[in-house]
Design a protein around this ligand. Structure first.
Ligand code: SF4
Length: 464
């Protein structure tokens, strides 16, 4: 399939996908609402979270150097990667030096962004995904469809069938508990036998050199502590100045992502195992990845670097809830993905993606760090227009509309005729097929317009 439109068409034709997405996104939306209502002055907390991120982004070099110095003091090795390829090469080299045959990976969207699963496979290094949803994705040989629930596009019935086909000792009972037990049997020995553990980072704490991960399953701790080597791959925007800042961001993250007050497991790793420690890796490597982030900061997308990857924008997005995450085509789906994907994969290849938004503003309303996603998307649209990426039909159509719209009499005449034609095409209040608007009516009916335009009704009221 060529682009977003084709993938969205296919997603809309999949009724199971709609059920799966709605189950999880609907639950997330409801839980977040309860959690936010119970939070004292969430609006002020959002403002503070945005200010923390803006401050760090404006002084990124300072805080990254502070983090590096403190991480080294704690015994970690810090590596810098400008691109996704650089980051993968650094990770593979560390794995090879460690003689690793298999790695245990804790869910990381940055890992997906830089193509780490693929790079590990190419290097002949086995990989076990320890997050339950990532385990499902790995078994199904698919990509994540959501940044918090990577297997959101699957129903539990589909997951049950997958486990029965792929697990060595699958569940017998059709219960969630039995399915989780089946995954535990499958994963536990692989996790404990891995030579290297690889994780992302939710936050990097500059004044201590600590790395924070949050999970709901404890899989990060179980897969990162036993191996001899722990590798962290983290985007440079994950930095926060100190622990109180991290705690504030954690409170925002958990509530926005799952509606919980705090994620089940929140762990801070500061260097490798020290003398006297009962367990922990002998080596800890932290790979700080740019991969376009500095460019974003310098080219008008700095606000996007506030993102703490909570997923609230996609859970509340009317488009995402119709088509799920895979249709977006990139690593990141939903509204934040529509802004980030052109950065990572180019604007020309994502011209139709940046238009797949109603600009209703719901994403901005729920974003815990106040990212103006609709404004950033409009910025991409303007850039696409300026660079001549919009098709000729669109340019001609908008040019014609602008010409008519600036001539009030002609505009009123045109809209009056259009309303009459549309009313002729509609029955029982809806229009099933509309010439030149097939993109709309292919998947849903259009409301039949009222007999008079708003302006006609307004003028009539004024005369009465
Ligand atoms: S853009 Fe905002 S709402 Fe969306 S994932 Fe990032 S922080 Fe969460």
């Amino acid at each position: 399939m060529s682009g977003f439109t084709d993938r969205a068409d296919a997603a809309l034709a999949d009724p199971i996908l709609k059920i799966a997405v709605e189950r999880t996104a609907g639950t997330a939306e409801a839980k977040r609402t309860i959690a936010i209502d119970a939070f004292p002055d969430f609006e002020a907390a959002r403002t503070r979270a945005a200010a923390i991120k803006d401050h760090v982004i404006a002084h990124l070099g300072y805080y990254l150097e502070e983090f590096e110095a403190n991480a080294i003091v704690a015994g970690a090795k810090v590596h810098w990667a400008s691109t996704a390829d650089d980051a993968c090469k650094i990770v593979i080299d560390i794995c090879k030096t460690a003689g690793a045959k298999s790695v245990a990976r804790s869910k990381s969207m940055l890992g997906e962004e830089i193509g780490l699963p693929h790079a590990l496979a190419e290097a002949g290094i086995g990989r076990v995904e320890t997050d339950l949803a990532e385990h499902i994705i790995q078994l199904a040989d698919e990509r994540p469809s959501h940044i918090i629930w990577p297997a959101m596009h699957k129903t539990r019935e589909q997951v049950s069938a997958l486990f029965k086909a792929k697990h060595r000792s699958p569940h017998q009972e059709e219960t969630i508990a039995a399915m989780a037990e089946s995954a535990r049997r499958e994963l536990r020995t692989q996790m404990l036998g891995a030579d290297v553990g690889i994780s992302g980072a939710n936050f990097l704490i500059a004044d201590s050199g600590a790395v924070c991960t949050v999970t709901n399953e404890g899989n990060a701790e179980l897969s990162l502590v036993p191996p001899r080597v722990h590798i962290v791959t983290a985007g440079i925007e994950k930095i926060v100045p100190s622990m109180p800042h991290a705690i504030h961001m954690l409170r925002m993250l958990a509530r926005s992502a799952t509606g919980a007050a705090l994620t089940q497991y929140t762990t801070f790793y500061t260097g490798p195992k020290r003398a006297g420690d009962r367990d922990g890796p002998e080596e800890m490597h932290i790979v700080l990845v740019d991969n376009g982030r500095t460019k974003m900061r310098d080219e008008g997308l700095a606000e996007m670097l506030r993102c703490i990857r909570c997923g609230a924008c996609m859970n509340h997005c009317v488009v995402f809830r119709q088509i799920g995450g895979h249709a977006y085509g990139g690593t990141y789906p939903g509204p934040m993905g529509a802004v980030l994907t052109p950065v990572l994969d180019g604007l020309a290849a994502n011209r139709d993606l940046i238009h797949a938004c109603t600009l209703n503003g719901k994403c901005q309303e729920v974003c815990p760090v106040r990212i103006p996603l609709p404004t950033l998307l409009k910025g991409w649209r303007e850039k696409s227009w300026r660079e001549g990426l919009e098709p000729t039909s669109m340019r001609a159509g908008l040019g014609l509309w602008a010409w008519v719209a600036t001539r009030p009499r002609l505009y009123r005449l045109g809209t009056g005729i259009a309303v009459r034609v549309m009313r002729l095409l509609g029955t029982k209040g809806w229009i099933a097929q509309l010439p030149l608007a097939g993109g709309w009516t292919r998947h849903r009916d259009m409301p039949r317009p009222a007999a008079r335009t708003f302006m006609a009704q307004y003028q009539r009221e004024r005369r009465l």
